[in-house]
Every structure is written in C-alpha cells, then in structure tokens.
Design a protein around this ligand. Structure first.
Ligand SMILES: NC(=O)c1ccc[n+]([C@@H]2O[C@H](COP(=O)([O-])OP(=O)(O)OC[C@H]3O[C@@H](n4cnc5c(N)ncnc54)[C@H](O)[C@@H]3O)[C@@H](O)[C@H]2O)c1
Length: 333
C-alpha cells in the first residue's frame, strides 16, 4: 500500500458494514487508521483499539478537508448502499454518493494524498447484457443509486485525467459477512440466512433460477481493496467479486448445507426487475495477485455462528419504483 507502517490511512464510512471490517484488517496489519464517518462509533466498547474516530459529513467540503489532514491513503467507502433508499430519496442518495465523492477527490488533490481507493458498485452496469461482465461492459444504471455511484466514478476519473489524482476504483458485486445492519442490508446472503435462522420460509424477489448473483465475503473484499491500494493502476477500474455465479435456489441449498437444515424458499415473482444474471469477470483483479479465499458455504457457516439463533429479521423489501403516495419523498430527499 502507498502507506507504510506508521503512515496514516483514512477509511470514510469506517463505522459501516464494509468500512468497519476494513478498519479491523488495516489495524491488524499495523496501520495508523482514522475513521471518518457521519456516525463515528461513539460508544467506547464498540471502538477498535488504536483507531482514531473523526465525525465528518462528507457532503460538507470543509468537514472533508479537516478530516483528511495529514492522511497518506484514503479508502472512500462511505455512501448510501441501498437501492431502495435511492428510489425513495434520490437527492439524498446523490448528495451522499456523488457530491461527497467529488468532495473527497478534490480534498485528496488539495492535501496531496498519495492514494485514493474508491468503493463503487456493479450497480453502475445496469441490467447485464452479457455475463461474466468485464469492466468494459456498458454502464446504464436503472436505479438512482447506480447513477450516483457512476457520477462518483466519473468525477474521480476526471480529476485523475486533469490533475493526476492517484485514484483506483473497485466495482463490487454483492458483499456479505458479519456486521451488516439488517434494517438496511439488501444482500441476499444475510437476508436469506436471517429468515432461515428464524425457522421461517425465505421470501425471494424474482425468479429463483434465472436470478443469479456473485457473492464476495467482506474479508475477501477488504483484502481486494488493500490490494488495489498497493498495486492497482491509477485511473483504472477493477471488478471486485468472486467470479462464481450462484442462483437463488443454489444459495438456499448452500444455506441448507451450511446449517444442516433445508432452507425453504417462498418465491415472490411480483417484482421481476432483478431476475437477471449478475456475475463478475474477475480476471483484471486476479491479475494483481488477488484470489478470494472464503468459499460461499464456509462464509455462510461463519456468518450463521456470528448471527446466532433467531437474529433480527431483515426489514428492507427491494423497491424499484416509488409509489404515488411517496410523492412527499421527492421534495424531501
Ligand atoms: N454492501 C454491499 O453489498 C455493497 C456492494 C457494492 C458496493 N457497496 C458500496 O460500499 C459502500 C459501503 O457500503 P456498506 O454496506 O458498508 O454501507 P453502510 O450503510 O453499512 O455504511 C456506510 C457508512 O457511510 C457513512 N456515511 C453515509 N453518509 C455519510 C456522509 N455524508 N458523511 C460521512 N459518512 C457517511 C454511514 O454513516 C455508514 O457508516 C457504499 O458506498 C456502497 O455503495 C456495497
């Protein structure tokens, strides 16, 4: 990584699901880490030893400049990760993902940060036209979330082209693992497992065979982000995934095998918008010397023991359109 031992590494969004796992890993590697987040883990018991916590709203440029002072490497992880929230509050989503990312890029230039790694999303591709998807696949997002993440990418790449911002972009497929908030988490692994551990049928949006996804464990994702910081090419985009295609039926079967009890699906085919195949071509990432190390079944077994019996049920129902009674949202967010 650009930052060697002792140099300062900032993780925006370091209180969230991905960010917190990344902070733990960077600390384990002996890095001097600062968490920059809107909600920087105030309770002493949830803080990671040796980590500095700074509250900043990345939509505010002054906050960003102050928070990133003296930092050598920035992992920009903060953002809205919910497609549903972006449908309900598109302006909030754009400010959080696009405006804040532009602010982070500008501050990195102004402060002379040596490496910026931006966590984007495969959502920017829109509906897949072929699989596995290479980084050259057309980008045509169908959700405000995809549009805002893509704007963030373009904004950073334009700063790379015009001012040599040393930025590397990772487009992640579906991340799972410990620490997801069940109230916002939209990933199928955690959602399915939570229903299953509560001995309930698993509601599935879309066609259980035609809908496939590429799941990557958060520990592998963090290792991939660190690899991008170390040897990723500036101005380049890398898919972050496992390269394994898993249908919703296969995911349920794997959950059954991992927990020793058959998982029962309850298909909800009323919303078929996401019944497509979504799989990463990971050759560009793997060419950097990265390989995922956690097979899905093992990752699920680990997550099941982390969640324990009867974990909180997920509350996010995927939403692709705003209902007419939601008009109030348009004005607010
Ligand atoms: N979870 C996934 O499967 C997935 C997949 C692809 C990409 N991503 C991307 O990864 C990033 C993190 O996702 P996550 O699942 O950890 O989400 P999360 O909601 O758990 O964490 C996001 C963090 O960002 C912080 N944040 C939000 N707005 C902020 C602001 N204005 N200023 C400062 N901090 C702010 C939040 O407080 C939170 O701690 C997102 O940008 C998302 O687009 C996630």
């Amino acid at each position: 990584m650009a930052a060697s031992r002792g140099q300062k590494v900032a993780v925006t969004g370091g209180s969230g699901f991905v960010g917190r796992n990344l902070v733990k890993e960077l600390s384990r590697l002996g890095k001097n880490v600062v968490v920059v987040d809107l909600t920087p883990s105030p309770e002493a018991e949830s803080r990671i030893a040796g980590v500095e916590y700074v509250r900043a709203d990345l939509r505010d440029y002054g906050d960003v400049l102050l928070a990133l002072q003296g930092v050598d490497t920035v992992f920009h992880i903060a953002g809205n990760a919910s497609g549903t929230l972006s449908v309900e509050y598109p302006r909030l989503d754009f400010q959080t993902n696009a405006v804040a990312t532009c602010n982070v890029g500008n501050a990195c230039l102004q402060l002379g940060v040596r490496r910026l790694v931006y966590l984007s999303s495969a959502i920017v591709y829109g509906t897949p036209q072929y699989v596995p998807m290479t980084e050259e696949h057309p980008t045509s997002p169908f959700l405000p979330y995809g549009a805002s993440k893509l704007s963030g990418e373009f904004s950073l790449l334009s700063l790379e082209a015009t001012a040599d911002l040393p930025v590397v972009i990772g487009r992640s497929f579906v991340i799972y693992g410990p620490g997801e908030d069940p109230r916002t988490a939209g990933g199928e692994v955690s959602q399915f497992l939570r229903w299953h551990l509560n001995e309930r049928k698993i509601p599935v949006v879309g066609d259980i065979d035609r809908k496939t996804r590429d799941f990557i464990h958060v520990f592998d994702l963090c290792a991939a982000l660190i690899k991008l910081a170390e040897v990723g090419q500036s101005g380049e985009i890398y898919n972050l995934g496992s390269g394994q295609e898993v249908s919703m039926r296969e995911l349920a079967d794997t959950i059954g095998a991992a927990t020793g009890r058959k998982a029962v699906l309850e298909p909800d085919e009323s919303q078929l918008e996401d019944s497509f195949r979504l799989v990463a071509d990971t050759s560009k990432l793997f060419s950097l010397g990265f390989k995922p190390s956690i097979p899905l079944q093992e990752g699920i077994r680990y997550l099941a023991s982390d969640l324990g019996e009867f974990p909180e049920l997920p509350t996010t129902a995927a939403k692709f359109r705003r209902d007419s009674q939601d008009e109030q949202y348009a004005a607010k967010g």
